[in-house]
Design a protein. Structure first.
Length: 135
């Protein structure tokens, strides 16, 4: 390799054992971080009401029949997902109860769901990540 004698490039001679890195794929955070405190989302109607929880101000767009993951770095008592149609009409509810430590929940949206809102039973929701599930 003419002309490379004075280059300080690290190298090795012979064989060397290496480990492959472990990579985790995450999607874009779909939660825009805009919150309302002291609110709730009625489990029967999907309407925003006064309450003791933190909820997103805006609907979170999703695709039907698609897995999504909510990841939280702090403990919370429960998280309620509210499903809405393409015209933002309330469809149904799904609740995860009783978590301690780091929280992560993966669920699939119903076949007619295009938007999500969620109830979080604490004020640390600015640290939440809501992403499309990728494996």
């Amino acid at each position: 390799q003419d002309g490379m004698k004075n280059w300080d490039i690290p190298y090795f001679e012979g064989m060397q054992s290496v480990k492959m890195p472990v990579l985790t794929t995450t999607g874009k955070n779909l939660f825009d971080g805009k919150l309302e405190n002291n609110r709730d989302i009625d489990v029967n109607t999907g309407a925003v009401i006064k309450g003791g929880r933190t909820i997103p101000v805006n609907f979170i767009p999703v695709e039907p029949n698609t897995p999504y993951t909510l990841t939280r770095p702090v403990a919370t008592n429960n998280v309620g997902f509210r499903h809405y149609s393409k015209s933002q009409d309330y469809l149904s509810s799904q609740v995860f109860l009783g978590y301690t430590g780091k929280f992560s929940a993966t669920f699939s949206t119903p076949s007619n769901c295009y938007f999500i809102k969620l109830n979080i039973n604490c004020s640390y929701s600015f640290n939440s990540f809501f992403t499309r599930y990728m494996n």
